[in-house]
Design a protein around this ligand. Structure first.
Ligand SMILES: *[C@@H]1O[C@H](CO)[C@@H](O)[C@H](O)[C@H]1NC(C)=O
Ligand SMILES: *[C@@H]1O[C@H](CO)[C@@H](O)[C@H](O)[C@H]1NC(C)=O
Length: 288
């Protein structure tokens, strides 16, 4: 549902933007100034000429290397695109300028509580890097491109994470970041904004889930340890069986083994006397 709503809203912004973009294009065609504008323009120039030494200082504006200025003359966008960097000429009474920063900006997407596809609540936050690619569109098509991009990033994050399971969220962060980046970039195109990078900072799980996962990990480690111990036992018994088979091949070998054992016992407890009773004798008695 949420995702569909997101897509619908994205579609809306796109179609709205294309209509507006059409406006921009017609605007940028050279148009003859209306009579009123010409009069205003004439009086402004006259005023500047009369009060020349003082007003001339208000007629030049500068913008820095990384900025562009969008110029409106009596409310209409001036043809010729954004001005700058450097020095340019304005008519103080009838021109209005807006300066746009072209450097990469970043913001934190506030932690979002998202229900993943397998119904686990995770809290995810991210950081987004973007810059203005087209200053004219950033001024004309959207009231506040920074705030709009921020809000859109939060909803896109929710939409995308809602389609992923917890395991995917935890293990495919790069993939999710790339998806987010391309979705956001497409959606912000009409605003002249280029989303350069999206990084998922942190994925936090609820405490109960953390405990459950820790218990699961511990159990699987224990199971592995048991298997390894059992394998060792198996190997040891196999080796022991092989040794017994070799000893059984010649009875003298067993005799030698007895003597060896006696020797090692006597070295430790030299006051004890041991009399070995071969088991074979007992076996003979049992048979009878
Ligand atoms: C048991 O022996 C097999 C091969 O004979 C070996 O691959 C395995 O690592 C051994 N297991 C242990 C626990 O030493
Ligand atoms: C028996 O062993 C003890 C130490 O365990 C040693 O002091 C003693 O000399 C030994 N006796 C003989 C007869 O070897």
């Amino acid at each position: 549902m949420e995702r569909e709503a997101g897509e619908a809203s994205r579609g809306r912004t796109k179609s709205g933007a294309s209509a507006q973009r059409f406006n921009v294009e017609t605007n940028s065609e050279p148009q003859e100034m209306s009579c009123c504008t010409v009069v205003l323009w004439f009086f402004s120039i006259l005023l500047i000429s009369i009060t020349f030494p003082i007003t001339i200082w208000f007629c030049f504006k500068t913008v820095a290397e990384y900025e562009r200025a969008i110029l409106f003359r009596v409310g209409r966008l001036l043809p010729g695109g954004p001005k700058g960097p450097g020095l340019f000429f304005v008519i103080p009474c009838i021109d209005e300028i807006q300066v746009i920063d072209l450097r990469t900006l970043s913001f934190d997407v506030p932690p979002q509580e998202v229900l993943s596809k397998d119904s686990v609540t995770v809290t995810v936050d991210a950081v987004v890097y973007f810059r203005v690619q087209d200053p004219t569109m950033a001024v004309i098509n959207v009231e506040n491109y920074k705030r709009s991009t921020e809000l859109l990033a939060a909803t896109t994050l929710r939409n995308v994470l809602g389609t992923k399971t917890l395991a995917e969220v935890l293990s495919h962060r790069d993939e999710i970041s790339n998806t987010l980046q391309s979705l956001l970039d497409d959606a912000t195109d009409p605003w002249g904004v280029k989303v350069e990078r999206v990084e998922i900072k942190d994925v936090r799980l609820p405490i109960q889930m953390q405990r459950a996962m820790a218990a699961e990990a511990e159990a699987s480690r224990e199971a592995r340890a048991k298997v390894i111990a059992a394998e060792g036992e198996q190997n040891a018994s196999r080796a022991l069986k092989e040794a017994a088979d070799i000893i059984a091949e010649s009875p003298n070998a067993l005799q030698l083994r007895y003597l060896q054992t006696l020797n090692s016992i006597s070295a430790e407890k030299n006051s004890t006397i041991i009399f070995p009773l071969p088991i074979d004798i007992l076996a003979g008695m049992m048979k009878r």
